[in-house]
Design a binder for this molecule. Structure first.
Ligand code: GCU
Length: 331
């Protein structure tokens, strides 16, 4: 896949003048201000193979379904995992990707275009996915149904749903380590949109992810708060208050008062690798702000440590994104 050039109109895009510098340890600030503290605990206790179909997708992949049981302090969380392994050959590196839909719908539902399993398998990679709502419901009112209800409440602010989904990516990686045919040493966290925010937070926190990929993750994902355009803190906290710590709303309309910005989140993953994907017409995610975050984070990485592409079109995860991601991961 050849690299796509930047759109002409972006050539003059400038970094905001007041970006906080790289170099400081800012993970604690991101924790306290935006995503919340992820409590320790959550142990994979059981991984039961439910079904196995060999040679699906014209022989490209073996398809496995597992039920994972994760013991948490106040009860068990059960997750249904769908894994595609490239057929034959050595243990494969694995993409760990949360799904917006049930796992069966990734095969033929409305969002199946986001899951080019055959192309990924032919490239020699495994994919493991779980429906993100099994980890934590995406609902400001659903306080009792997800993993956050399985941990005792603490004095500080509760962790947000984005952090809960990030925790789920790590538990999926725990499970991947027990699936024959996966080499968990090369694990890649991938997420689209709100799940791209979760993938980045997982990449920051879990050093087992060798590569972290954000697709169209926008506000509180890869895009800079201080670059105007698209969603801002007022918009995101009024519609999705459950994603973050409650006090994050205090920064609505006060982006300049935040101690951090998102290029520092990307840089926190270095020296492990990061790849950011944008779509030109995805104005709500502020693709220029995502690009500038990569530019500002670049000094924290080695030559090939951080990569970026923007493709024509709107908010989506399509095969072209996957092919660019595969190119980056292989490099
Ligand atoms: C909304 C939200 C975004 C989010 C997106 C998605 O548009 O405002 O922050 O990334 O949903 O997850 O699709």
């Amino acid at each position: 896949m050849t690299e796509r050039p930047l759109p002409d109109a972006w050539q003059n895009a400038e970094l905001p003048g007041d970006l906080p510098p790289l170099g400081a340890d800012v993970i604690g600030t991101f924790t306290d201000t935006i995503y919340g503290h992820t409590p320790p605990g959550g142990q994979l206790t059981d991984l039961v193979l439910q079904s196995r179909e060999d040679g699906v997708l014209d022989g490209a992949a073996d398809r496995l379904r597992h039920r994972a049981v994760i013991a948490c302090p106040l009860g068990n969380l059960e997750l249904d995992l769908l894994t595609h392994l490239p057929t034959g050959g050595a243990p494969a590196p694995v993409f760990v990707v949360l799904s917006f839909t049930g796992i069966e719908e990734t095969l033929e539902g409305e969002q199946a275009r986001r899951w080019p399993y055959a192309a990924i398998a032919r490239a020699g990679y495994a994919v493991l996915t779980v429906d993100y709502r099994q980890i934590e419901p995406d609902d400001p009112a659903a306080t009792a149904a997800g993993v956050r209800a399985l941990f005792p409440t603490t004095d500080g602010e509760p962790w947000g749903a984005v952090a809960a989904w990030a925790w789920g990516l790590s538990r999926c990686l725990d499970a991947a380590g027990h699936i024959e045919g996966i080499d968990p040493v090369t694990a890649i966290a991938v997420g689209h949109s709100r799940l791209g925010k979760a993938a980045l937070w997982a990449g920051v926190q879990d050093e087992r992810f060798a590569v972290t990929v954000s697709n169209d993750s926008g506000c509180c994902g890869a895009s800079l708060f201080r670059h105007p355009g698209g969603e801002d803190i007022a918009a995101i906290t009024s519609r999705f208050p459950h994603w973050f710590v409650p006090s994050f709303t205090a920064y609505a309309g006060r982006e300049d008062k935040l101690a951090v910005d998102q290029h520092q989140l990307l840089a926190s993953i270095a020296p492990r690798r990061v790849y950011v994907c944008s779509a030109e017409d995805d104005a709500w995610a502020d693709p220029v702000g995502e690009y500038l975050a990569v530019v500002a984070a670049r000094p924290a990485f080695g030559a090939d440590g951080i990569g970026y592409h923007v493709r024509p079109g709107g908010h989506d995860l399509i095969e072209e994104d996957w092919l660019q991601i595969l190119d980056f991961v292989r490099r």
